[in-house]
Write a protein that binds this ligand. Structure first.
Ligand SMILES: C[S@@+](CC[C@H](N)C(=O)[O-])C[C@H]1O[C@@H](n2cnc3c(N)ncnc32)[C@H](O)[C@@H]1O
Ligand code: SF4
Length: 453
């Protein structure tokens, strides 16, 4: 079957499965009270992960799908930092002990829009109230075009161990169309400075499917990006969702590559990264150097998936802090109020800012485990997973009937119990995982998710 025919058959508006159930199914049934009870019930010996969201940027890239706004003044940034510290104190006091933490991730937006002293102070509060384990990963997302000297210095004070650099695309016409000017030299300079400070774990983000991108142009970007020597590269398909992100409507849809072109672009980037760069593919959209922990986790079926994408993090609970942040606990998911005013109003009153969430059922946990293993590219044994959950595999096996056409098209290997994506099937991983999503069928026709491929 041609690629065009495969795309016509399998592309659709399918979630990225960074959680299951996915965020559109969160509701106000879960609020501050439920979240407080969930925090209090965390097992004493649990090593936790923290995610801190900073919803500010110095510029707004037209393609951006993140929860962020351009804030130019320092006062609101300081006010937000104070709220974040307050929320950390509230959460730590509900947990009721100095819990162990193995991963901290600062995301955004652009976390370094916070003043340097605020960044260090927040990290100090984290260290005071949580037991940051030796060797803990402290990661931060950085916009290489905006990293003033004091923020660079703050990264040392914060004990940052890993940095993700947003690159996206290095071609001038594409950068012009997405409102993001960023030279290779600027990006390289940022990487060099970070390495000079001893931060040797570097990630890069690239995007395909952007306006004016072609197979040749993304190959050029990917080849130049190799020069940055990152340990990990995330390659995202541009999620064009102007009904949710209104600034994306400033992107000329006529300049956007179609589904087949997107597919070919993602394959080309994969080729450059794997053949010229020596990276190994991880799950759906990540690449890592073979000796990187992510590659090793992937090789031993130890890869995990959370809101930041693929990770080595095996913590039973991810605590989300800041406006719009999502947390995952053994009992379910919680999301804070999306807007800074609503978030700050709650925290300012000493109330958790939980706006929505979902309690997970035993059935959800079972399906989540299957979806996660498929998304991680593993051989997924439906019967063994059901047994491990003390449940019957009947529902999973019924859903697996949908795999037949994937098998016929060479995308999946399926022996009636175990399922694994083939190399050709990797771009369609989300579509195969979606077969086990019990909520997707109930979705209405509204286009809430971006294209799967
Ligand atoms: C919070 S940003 C990264 C940090 C920093 N703000 C920057 O832009 O350099 C996280 C990443 O999300 C990805 N991203 C943002 N909007 C996207 C979209 N609409 N579709 C696909 N990926 C997107 C980009 O690759 C971006 O680097
Ligand atoms: S891509 Fe990064 S810098 Fe650009 S608007 Fe989004 S979060 Fe801000």
């Amino acid at each position: 079957m041609t690629h065009a025919a495969l795309i016509a058959r399998y592309d659709g508006r399918i979630p990225r499965y960074t959680s299951y159930p996915t965020a559109p199914h969160f509701s106000t049934a879960v609020g501050p009270q439920e979240y407080a009870a969930w925090l209090q019930a965390l097992p004493d010996d649990a090593t936790l992960s923290l995610y801190l969201h900073v919803p500010f940027c110095d510029r707004l890239c037209l393609y951006c799908g993140c929860n962020t706004t351009v804030v130019r003044h320092e006062a609101p940034r300081r006010a937000y930092a104070a709220m974040l510290e307050r929320e950390i104190r509230m959460v730590a006091s509900l947990i009721g002990r100095r819990a162990a933490v193995g991963h901290v991730h600062w995301g955004g937006g652009t976390p370094t829009t916070l003043p340097a002293d605020c960044l260090v102070s927040i990290m100090n509060t984290v260290r005071e109230l949580f037991d940051l384990r030796a060797g803990a990963e402290v990661a931060i997302e950085i916009d290489p075009t905006v990293l003033p000297a004091d923020r660079l210095e703050a990264l040392s004070g914060m004990g940052i161990t890993r940095v993700s650099l947003g690159v996206q695309d290095l071609e001038p016409d594409v950068q012009q169309a997405i409102g993001r000017k960023q030279s290779y030299a600027m990006t390289e300079d940022c990487a060099t400075k970070l390495r000079g400070m001893g931060i040797t774990s570097l990630n890069l983000d690239l995007i395909y499917g952007l306006p004016f991108q072609t197979v040749d142009s993304v190959a050029r970007t990917a080849r130049r990006a190799l020069g940055l020597g990152a340990d990990r590269v995330a390659v995202f398909g541009y999620a064009h969702v102007p009904w949710m992100k209104r600034h994306q409507s400033l992107i000329d849809e006529a300049a956007l590559p179609g589904p087949l072109a997107r597919f070919e672009q993602s394959r080309m980037i994969a080729r450059v990264l794997e053949e010229a760069g020596g990276y190994v593919p991880i799950g759906l959209d990540h690449y890592a150097k073979p000796d990187d922990a992510l590659a090793q986790a992937s090789a031993t079926a130890g890869l995990k998936r959370n809101f930041q994408g693929y990770t080595t993090d095996t913590a039973p609970a991810l605590i989300g802090l800041g406006a719009s942040s999502i947390g995952g606990l053994p009992q379910g998911y919680v999301q804070n109020a999306t807007g800074v005013p609503a978030y700050s109003a709650a925290i300012g009153k000493g109330v958790l800012a939980t706006a929505r969430g979902i309690a997970v059922t035993e059935e959800d946990k079972l399906r989540r485990a299957v979806i996660e293993r498929i998304m991680c590219g593993d051989e997924t044994d439906l019967v063994a997973i059901a047994e491990a959950h003390g449940m019957d595999a009947g529902g999973l096996l019924a859903a697996a009937a949908g795999l037949d056409r994937f098998v016929a098209d060479g995308l999946v290997v399926w022996d009636g119990q175990r399922v694994k994506m083939t190399d050709a099937g990797r771009p369609f991983t989300r579509s195969a995982a979606a077969l086990f999503d019990a909520y997707l069928k109930r979705d209405d026709a509204k286009p809430r998710h971006a294209q799967a491929v």
